[in-house]
Write a protein that binds this ligand. Structure first.
Ligand code: ZN
Length: 139
């Protein structure tokens, strides 16, 4: 029986996420899992230390370290061998931040996927116009 992979958290998908019904040939591509992509992003782009990055992904530090090491190996291989890097799959769970509004009058908060700073909104509860745009980052 295979080892069970724990759920990992990522904040967002890559901008150039690759979708395909047919998996491209391994001769010309390297498959980077979304977890590996996220580990690279947290460590080398957001510049978190491994402890904080592991926490964000919901994995232990040794696990994070292993994921990061895998992605280094794959990306190095892609660079050396001139292969395409494809980000795909893996055992992941997308974390969503809270996007919506809050009310200064009655302190209620509500989610609204299409919320924006520039919109004129009235409180759903007390109908006050003292409403602010509210975004909460996961973790
Ligand atoms: Zn209100």
């Amino acid at each position: 029986m295979g080892r069970r992979t724990r759920m990992r958290f990522v904040k967002r998908t890559p901008n150039n996420f690759y979708f395909s019904e047919t998996v491209p040939s391994e001769d010309i591509s390297i498959i980077l899992t979304v977890s590996e992509f996220e580990a690279m992003r947290l460590k080398h782009y957001v510049n978190l230390n491994q402890k904080d990055a592991a926490e964000k992904m919901g994995v232990s530090q040794p696990t994070f370290s292993r994921i990061l090491e895998n992605s280094h190996t794959k990306i190095t291989q892609a660079l050396i061998e001139g292969k395409t890097i494809i980000v795909s799959g893996g055992n992941i769970n997308y974390k969503r931040g809270f996007i919506g509004y809050g009310c200064l009058e009655c302190n209620s908060e509500w989610e609204d996927e299409s919320a924006s700073k520039d919109q004129k909104i009235f409180c759903l509860k007390c109908n006050s116009e003292r409403v602010y745009y509210l975004v909460k980052e996961p973790l």
